[in-house]
Design a binder for this molecule. Sequence first.
Ligand SMILES: Cc1ncc(COP(=O)(O)O)c(C=O)c1O
Length: 390
Amino acid sequence: MKPSVIRALLKLVQQSDVISFAGGTPDAELFPRPLLAELASKAILEQGRLSLQYGETVGYRPFREEVCRYLRGKGIACEAENILITTGSQEGLFLLSMALLDPGDRILVEEPSYLGALLTFRNFQGQCMPVHCGPDGLDPAELEKTLESGLPAHPKFLYTIPSFQNPAGSTLPDAARKRLMELAVRRGLLVVEDDPYGELNYSGEPLKPVKSHDPGHQAVYLGSFSKIAAPGMRLGWVCAAPELIGRLTMAKETVDVCTDVLSQAIATEFFKSGALASHLDKLCSAYKARRDVMLESIRKFFPAEVQVNQPKGGFFVWAQLPQGLSASRLFPAALEKKVAYVVGEAFHAAEGRGENTLRLTFCAVDETRIAEGIQRLGGVFKDALVAPRR
Ligand SMILES: Cc1ncc(COP(=O)(O)O)c(C=O)c1O
């Protein structure tokens, strides 16, 4: 195991009065606190005999049913037997690795990709094989060529974050989602779709999960309560074939016995209350405004040589500095100006790649500070461009 670069960096950032575009945590002011407090009180007083007791490893039955209903609304065909409740979707990634990976197994991952997944796969001695990911996510045609070349041989699965990806902010268009699923079926490639940000859609164009195009069980879908409501409740779900759910459940027995039943009982009532839709509207309008201010400030204050994507949802803006500039070497200068980001190298499976890239998170900083922070960062980049390069 290796320590996470991001955890180490976040500690540094939290110690000072910096404007941090580094962490990927939601804005705590937007948690639906009064409603959750009311539902928590009911879950303890009225259902406490169940909600304060150990629960079934596979998940609290009423919650599995609510998750099922929610996923069907996204076009995913499922029954409760397809659902495992996990302690955040991070545990879903852990359990999948535990159940599926043997040392040396190859996993296709987007480049760049979510660090928490890369670390998990590596901890189980999986080999992450990068597939290029542009503003429109991975290219199914390129993936097909890679698979046809036979290298890497027999990948165990493809790990993809098709909507508002962490860290690149990219989104796989609807037609490509269908093509990806067709390719996976044709090639017998298992797709692991991680979708914590899909609901944070600022474009107004609905997006269906890749899994909604799955005619059978070629895709595993991971969802999370963290970005749609509250990450501290640590709730996630896996939707997969009943046989795989059985294996993951066996793995989970040895990890944490069951996911916090009280959280599941509260979340069940949250889903049932019908409050999710209006809560999501509130989140999307707040985060969209921040995204717009960040992109507008970047246009104003970043040198033209710095390229950024235009994320249609989620939390992240991905920036590419001109070749020769290093995001990690510029980090101390940024911190001196009291502004922070995450260096992009951390999100690359292959060592030494993405030195000129960085991730900026707009979700937990208010609009005035976003503009101020981007102006400071623009100054750092401008200074670096006129300085002689190493
Ligand atoms: C792509 C992705 N997957 C999974 C997770 C884990 O989320 P959680 O365990 O809180 O559900 C995160 C968290 O940031 C993420 O960005």
